[in-house]
Ligand binder design. Structure first.
Ligand code: AMP
Length: 333
């Protein structure tokens, strides 16, 4: 018998996406323990049944599609590039909130006449040879260029793509853009209507594994539970304030007259035991969105709130994670 964990999750093996994925998992309560930075395996002490392996983003999608790995976290860009059409990849969560970027067409700044896709089509037609487009995303790029009827050939590329036009390997590129700095540094310009795929990190699973392996299904529920509870919590803050009132109901009525201090279901209100009786002090707790904080504090003050404490929230667990329900429905379909 080997002592390998039963279920495996694959993470990006290098770069910003690896760091962001590890930070994200740590924030959700799933800290990854990697005993040796050069090793391609790791564990999650809070979920011993889950093993971690590190792969290149494209290989993550292929391994999950083939079923050799059960779960993966990688960019939507690579998922769409490599998921194939047989439905073996199921996307469990498509907005993990990190790894934002977009696959875009970019041309040399010097191409003054090429401002958008129609003018690129005209330019491609005017060449007496095919337009050469360098990319690491041949499937998505080909589909996009064909859809817009731009005659071209794709040039496959490893490593840095942005230099391809300068060194004469290609005329233009289709590449991931985050801040846009790399394009600018290489005197390239993204076409405003050349967005091929917008992307951020997503959680994927192998559909057949979830349909046939109850332990994998249970792991999907736990992963989604942690991820959803964390993402929901991250959007919100907990406010605790003191407020005077005859009864909890009377205080709640005052709070309901305000728009941002209603809480998730309603406020939690409990009496405060003071040395002198009949003071009427209560403690009220509510959850508010980050962007509502200033408004909530003003509203609490306006109805007599004092001693207002604001804290971050680690998790908000609902009765059942909504995306788990969606996943069960998708598995039946
Ligand atoms: P930027 O200069 O911020 O626009 O980043 C562009 C460079 O970073 C390009 O070389 C991209 O291939 C790479 N890049 C940006 N975002 C990502 C991402 N989410 N995943 C992988 N590579 C990325």
């Amino acid at each position: 018998m080997n002592n390998q964990p039963a279920i495996r999750l694959s993470l990006p093996s290098k770069g910003r996406l690896e760091i962001d994925a590890l930070d994200f998992l740590a924030e959700t309560g799933l800290r990854v323990f990697k005993p040796n930075p050069r090793q391609y395996e790791a564990t999650v002490p809070s979920l011993p049944e889950l093993g971690i392996i590190f792969q290149r983003p494209g290989d993550i999608v292929v391994s999950v599609r083939q079923g050799s790995i059960d779960f993966g976290i990688t960019g939507i860009d690579m998922i769409e590039e490599k998921r194939g059409s047989n439905g073996d990849i199921l996307i469990l969560h498509d907005t993990l909130g990190f790894g934002h970027c977009a696959l875009k067409l970019a041309v040399p700044e010097a191409w003054k006449d090429v401002r958008d896709i129609p003018s690129l089509r005209t330019y491609a037609g005017s060449l007496n040879r095919p337009l050469r487009v360098a990319t690491k995303f041949p499937f998505l790029t080909e589909r996009f260029l064909n859809e817009y009827d731009i005659s071209h050939i794709l040039m496959s590329a490893e490593g840095t793509l942005e230099t391809a036009p300068t060194i004469g390997y290609a005329d233009m590129i289709s590449d991931l853009v985050s801040s846009g700095q790399t394009l600018q540094d290489n005197r390239l310009r993204a076409l405003p209507d050349g967005l091929i795929q917008s992307s951020q990190a997503a959680l994927i699973a192998n559909r057949k594994t979830l349909q046939t392996n109850p332990r994998a299904l249970e792991m999907a529920r736990r992963l989604l539970e942690y991820v959803e509870a964390h993402l929901r919590a991250k959007e919100n803050l907990l406010i605790v304030a003191n407020m005077r009132g005859e009864t909890p109901e009377a205080i709640a009525q005052k709070m309901f007259t305000q728009t941002s201090v209603g809480g998730l279901q309603g406020p939690t209100i409990s009496p405060i035991v003071t040395r002198e009786s009949n003071q009427g002090w209560h403690s009220v707790s509510i959850v508010v969105r980050h962007d509502q904080l200033q408004k909530a504090i003003m509203e609490l003050r306006s109805i007599g709130g004092s001693g207002i404490i604001v804290s971050p929230i680690t998790y908000i667990f609902e009765e059942e994670p909504p995306r788990y329900k969606a996943m069960l429905a998708a598995l039946k379909g």
